[in-house]
Write a protein that binds this ligand. Structure first.
Ligand code: NAD
Length: 326
C-alpha cells in the first residue's frame, strides 16, 4: 500500500486517478475505479446537459459509496457549453472533488469552495500550475507531452515536467502522461509526485464503455502510433493515428486552413460513433503514448491491484539492485 499526500487528501486507498475522458468516463467506469480504491472522475461534458450530469452523478453514487469526482474541461468546443450550469450541479451533488482542465478555473472557484469541494487543476505547464495553486487548488495534475487529449503546446515530457512542477509548487502534484503500470507509478513517486493519473490505460478495461474492437486496437498499438492534431490552432490534441487523424494533420499543413475545414472530421459526435461502433473510419479516437504499454483489457480492480503489486515489486527490485551494485 502507498500512503501519499494524494491518498490522504482525497480519502482513497491508492495513489491512482482515472482521468475524466470525454464519452468514456461514465458511471460504470468511475464507480468501478472508486470501488477498486482509486479516484475516478466522471466527464461532465459527456453528459448533454447539467441535468443529465446530475443523473449520472446520482447513478454513480448508487454504484459506489467510495469517493469519486467530476472533470469539467474548459477547452474550445464546437457547440456553446453552459459551464456554470454544470458547475452548479456539481456543487449541489455531494461530490467532494473536481478536476478542471484546459482554461483557468478562476471563475468557478468561489462556487466550488463554497460547496467545500477540493479542486485539482490539470494543466500542461508549471506557469499555469503556479497560477492554479494561487487560486486555491488543492492539488495539480501535470500533463506531460505523452498524454492523450490536449497535452499543451510546449512538448515537455513527464520525466522533466513532473520534477519541475514538484520543485516549484507547494500543493501535491499528480503525474499524468505516459503512465500505465506499476513501474510508472514508482517512477512518478521517485520524481516527487504523489500519484499518477491515467486515461488510456483505463480505456482498455472490461468496464470502459467503448467497443471491444477499440480495446483490441489499444492492445495492438505501439507507442509511436499516435498523432498530434489541432496544433495549428494552438489546441494540440493527441489521438490514435488512424486515417482520419492523418487526413486532419495533412489538411492543417496546408497554408490558410481554418478550423471549419477540419471541424467535421474532429467532431465529438463522430468520435462518439467510433467509440460505439469500433469503426475507426468514422472519426478520431483519443489515446496517449502509454498505449504502447497496454497488452490486455482486465477488469478495473484487476488493473489497480496489478499496478500496486507491480509498483511494490519495482520498489524491491530497485532496492536489491542498489544493494548488489554497491
Ligand atoms: P467538439 O466536437 O466540440 O470539438 C472537437 C475538438 O475540436 C476538441 O478537441 C475541441 O477542443 C476542438 N475545437 C472545437 N472548436 C475549436 C476551435 N474553434 N478551434 C480549435 N479547436 C476547436 O468536442 P467534443 O469531442 O464534443 O469535446 C467536448 C470538450 O471536451 C472539448 O472541450 C474537448 O476539447 C474536450 N475533450 C477533452 C479531451 C481530453 O483532454 N482528454 C478529449 C476529448 C475531448
Amino acid at each position: 500500500m502507498f500512503k501519499t499526500a494524494m491518498t490522504e487528501l482525497f480519502g482513497v486507498r491508492h495513489p491512482i486517478i482515472q482521468s475524466g475522458m470525454q464519452r468514456v468516463a461514465t458511471a460504470e467506469l468511475v464507480a468501478a475505479v472508486a470501488n477498486a480504491g482509486a479516484l475516478g472522475f466522471l466527464s461532465a461534458l459527456t453528459q448533454p446537459s447539467p441535468t443529465d450530469l446530475k443523473n449520472e452523478i446520482e447513478k454513480t453514487q448508487q454504484l459506489t459509496d467510495q469517493p469519486f469526482g467530476v472533470n469539467l474541461t474548459l477547452l474550445p468546443t464546437q457547440q456553446p457549453v453552459d459551464y456554470e450550469g454544470y458547475a452548479r450541479v456539481i456543487a449541489q451533488s455531494g461530490v467532494r472533488v473536481v478536476e478542471t482542465a484546459g482554461r483557468s478555473p478562476e471563475a468557478l472557484m468561489p462556487l466550488f469552495h463554497a460547496a467545500g469541494i477540493k479542486v485539482i487543476h490539470k494543466c500542461t505547464s508549471v506557469k499555469h500550475a503556479l497560477k492554479a495553486e494561487k487560486l486555491g487548488c488543492a492539488a495539480i495534475t501535470i500533463d506531460g507531452f505523452e498524454a492523450a487529449g490536449h497535452p499543451g503546446e510546449q512538448d515537455v515530457p513527464s520525466l522533466v515536467l513532473v520534477p519541475r512542477a514538484v520543485d516549484q509548487l507547494s500543493v501535491p502534484v499528480i503525474a499524468c502522461g505516459g503512465f500505465a503500470d506499476g513501474r510508472g507509478l514508482i517512477a512518478a513517486l521517485a520524481l516527487g509526485a504523489c500519484g499518477i493519473a491515467m486515461g488510456t490505460r483505463f480505456m482498455a478495461t472490461e468496464e470502459a464503455p467503448v467497443h471491444p474492437a477499440l480495446k483490441q486496437v489499444l492492445i495492438e498499438a505501439g507507442e509511436a502510433d499516435t498523432q498530434l492534431i489541432l496544433r495549428s490552432f494552438r489546441n494540440t490534441a493527441r489521438v490514435y493515428r488512424n486515417d482520419v487523424a492523418v487526413k486532419v494533420a495533412q489538411q492543417e499543413a496546408v497554408a490558410g486552413t481554418q478550423f471549419s475545414n477540419i471541424a467535421a472530421w474532429v467532431s465529438g459526435a463522430k468520435g462518439a460513433e467510433v467509440l460505439a461502433s469500433g469503426d475507426l473510419s468514422q472519426g478520431i479516437f483519443w489515446t496517449g503514448i502509454s498505449q504502447g504499454l497496454i497488452s490486455d483489457a482486465p477488469s478495473v480492480s484487476q488493473l489497480v491491484e496489478r499496478i500496486i503489486a507491480q509498483a511494490l515489486a519495482s520498489q524491491r527490485a530497485i532496492q536489491s539492485k542498489v544493494e548488489s551494485d554497491c
